[in-house]
Ligand binder design. Structure first.
Ligand SMILES: [Zn+2]
Length: 573
């Protein structure tokens, strides 16, 4: 135990972070977080359960840990001897406690590891118990919550402990196939075979403040590389920055976060669990692309396209986070692509719209120069596109609809972006969106810049704010290529037909969302209300459409932009 070794007697313990002598009861009331320095002391599994689950709701799984000493392992002590000592010291049968419970009245199965028991090591019995917890989750059709604390696989069981990484992962795979949420909570420390399997292959990965996670431990890395490690290496903040965890959560907020995540998962329609019952298909929307009635916009004369470009780029224009704050409720941001990056130009997570749970993903710009720089002006890196992809797929698995808010000058055109496969990252999103078995509504809220915009906009319905623009290239870029000079940008803007009324006529956009007069940034609240109403109006009819029908229609929607329509499009101008 780092922090609570009761050396000072039962009543007092010394904080490992700041060495304060703390009154034991006070520390416990504070969830074993030092009130002086915030150090999160390690928790025994029973105490962790007490903090997380609803009182009296925990029922341990009936399964007993089997006695295992498969390879008669002996170091200075025999393995059975070490096991007995761990049992006597902890009062636990093994390094994990498994059962069912409710958290905020949402039922789930849980497996909570205990580092005191042989370093929380993963042996055959631990693997078996966690697998049974996962199987119980599958049986009951409830989410699985794992709390990890482990040095890795249990050496004393040789290669059989290594195999547990695969065993438990298979059980997680079955839950994924069934559309049941899996969440792991990384606590300090989580390393080796546990980190490289069920601690990180769950749908969501939360890191408790103070947790460290990695494949190789710092001592090993120092030995191998012969180098000192950077400050904060493998800490929760490091993991967040490098896209490996969805969020870092202080212990006090952990239960509340789990409640919110379980609530969202429960609201999903879990397409995988529903039998594919063929249904009476409603008649397709009687509004083919290019002959649609133009949406009713107030009688004001059409704005000049270049003027619209300037409005679409106005720094006061509401951003995705502004809309999440005003048009949506209960946003829980999810971070990271799980491959090494967390792109600040793309934000996403679970939220509610008029009480309905959904996934919202959008480009994030900012209002000040500092914010714009920090968010890379809303230009997503490959990590941003991969984060978006991860969240879309998660939404689909859980049966939650996706709403995207598009506001980007374009995808990040930098050197690193190219090194990391920007083109393929965009391509994969476009492909995956065209297969996604859940409703998708995209709203172009500001700039819909080229492929970077489309990477979030292959949707069942594409809406566009009145003064937004959506284009294959920026007017400046177009002018530089096709006109003698960049000064021709206003002419290029007019020629590109990039305004909402133009794109509604072309059928690229299904509906125009009116903005307050003269534009969204003058009354962000009114803009948020209009966006909310428009999204609801287009999303609600999609919720009952069977996934296969949804996907087929989405593909038809884009197919109709083929050359066969060229004549009609020209006629519509
Ligand atoms: Zn302290």
């Amino acid at each position: 135990m780092t922090a609570t070794a009761p050396r000072e007697g039962e009543l007092w313990s010394r904080c490992a972070g700041c060495a304060s002598l703390l009154y034991r009861k006070r520390l416990r009331r504070n969830l074993d977080v030092c009130p002086e320095c915030g150090e999160h002391a390690r928790l025994a599994a029973p105490e962790r359960l007490r903090q997380l689950v609803d009182p009296e709701s925990f029922t341990p799984l009936p399964d007993r840990a089997a006695e295992v000493d498969p390879i008669d392992f002996v170091d200075v002590l025999s393995y059975p001897h070490r096991l007995s000592a761990a049992r006597a010291g902890t009062g636990l049968a093994e390094a994990v406690v498994c059962g069912t419970a409710t958290i905020g009245r949402h039922p789930c199965a849980l497996a909570v590891m205990d580092f005191r028991f042989l370093g929380g090591s993963l042996g055959a019995a631990v693997g078996e118990l966690i697998t049974r917890a996962a199987e119980r989750a599958l049986e009951d059709a409830v989410p699985l919550v794992l709390v990890t604390a482990s040095g890795g696989a249990r050496m004393q069981e040789g290669a059989l402990s290594l195999m547990q990484m695969a065993t438990v992962s298979q059980a997680i795979a079955a839950l994924r196939e069934a559309g049941l949420l899996t969440v792991s909570v990384l606590t300090d420390p989580t390393y080796g075979g546990v980190a490289a399997s069920f601690a990180t292959n769950t749908d969501l990965v939360l890191a408790e403040s103070g947790a460290r996670m990695g494949f190789a431990g710092p001592r090993v890395i120092r030995q191998v590389t012969g180098r000192e490690l950077p400050e904060g290496f493998q800490t929760a903040a490091f993991l967040l920055r490098h896209g490996q965890v969805d969020m870092v959560v202080p212990r006090h907020a952990l239960r509340g976060r789990l409640v919110a995540l379980l609530a969202a998962a429960r609201a999903g329609r879990r397409p995988a669990l529903r039998p594919a019952v063929p249904r009476q298909e409603p008649a397709p929307a009687a509004r083919p692309a290019a002959v649609a009635d133009p949406p009713v916009v107030d009688a004001a004369p059409p704005a000049d396209a270049w003027e619209t470009v300037r409005l679409a780029r106005h720094p006061g224009r509401p951003t995705t986070l502004d809309y999440l704050d005003t048009a949506f409720e209960g946003f829980v941001e999810l971070h990271g692509d799980r491959l090494g990056g967390d792109c600040p130009a793309v934000v996403g997570g679970l939220a509610r719209l008029d009480g309905r749970h959904l996934m919202v993903i959008g480009h994030q710009k900012g209002h000040t120069t500092g914010e714009l720089v920090a968010r890379n002006f809303g230009m997503a890196s490959p990590a941003g596109h991969r984060k978006a992809l991860r969240l879309m797929r998660l939404a689909a698995r859980l049966g939650l609809p996706v709403v995207t808010l598009v506001d980007t000058p374009g995808a990040d055109p930098g050197v690193r972006a190219e090194e990391q496969g920007q083109a393929a990252a965009i391509a994969e999103n476009i492909l995956s969106l065209s297969m996604l078995p859940t409703p998708v509504v995209a709203v172009i809220t500001g700039e819909g810049g080229s492929g970077g915009a489309l990477a979030l906009a292959v949707a069942d319905r594409v809406l566009m704010l009145q003064h937004a623009v959506y284009s294959v290239i920026s007017p400046e870029g177009c002018a530089a290529i096709l006109w003698p000079d960049r000064g021709a940008a206003p002419q290029a803007a007019r020629a590109l037909r990039l305004t909402a009324p133009d794109l509604c006529r072309l059928g690229v956009v299904d509906d125009l969302v009116p903005e307050p007069v003269p534009a969204a940034h003058h009354d962000p609240e009114a803009a948020a209300r209009a966006l909310r109403e428009a999204v609801l109006a287009h999303l609600l009819p999609l919720l009952d459409v069977p996934p296969a029908t949804l996907v087929r229609r989405r593909r038809q929607r884009f197919r109709r932009f083929g050359a066969a329509r060229a004549g009609t499009r020209a006629g519509a101008r």
